[in-house]
Design a protein. Structure first.
Length: 131
């Protein structure tokens, strides 16, 4: 959820476009690092553990973050136009409302993915000894 919130925040900035990409790259590094640590510690069992426990959540979240990236870049460019070309914010108010609504809707699958991950962790954690 943190990555989605960061995407949202950078979309509300006129100069947030490059930071949106950094958040996307950071999410990929975080997921890969966690997978590597689990596999390193558990070996082949770690691959199975990662697939059953984390992969569903990461797949849902990755798809949502890519969508959020597009929304944030578009919103950031709209705000940049307002600043650079003195475009009135009144014309873009509908964009802000749509932006907020889209993010509220996109948070639901991320929360659902986190719940799935939690349930799978409870179900499968007893099969693996994590030290």
């Amino acid at each position: 959820i943190l990555f989605v919130i960061l995407e949202f925040r950078f979309g509300l900035s006129a100069v947030g476009t490059p930071f949106v990409s950094i958040v996307l790259i950071s999410f990929g590094i975080f997921c890969g690092g966690e997978a590597a640590c689990i596999i390193w510690g558990l070996g082949l069992k770690g691959v199975i553990y990662f697939i059953f426990v984390n992969l569903a959540c990461y797949a849902i979240t990755a798809a949502i973050i890519v969508k959020c990236c597009c929304l944030s870049i578009n919103m950031s460019l709209v705000l940049l136009n307002c600043v650079l070309y003195k475009d009135t914010i009144k014309r873009n108010t509908c964009n802000l409302k749509e932006y907020f609504l889209n993010y509220m809707i996109l948070l639901l699958p991320v929360i659902f993915g986190a719940l799935i991950s939690t349930i799978f962790f409870k179900l499968f954690s007893s099969l693996f000894i994590i030290t």
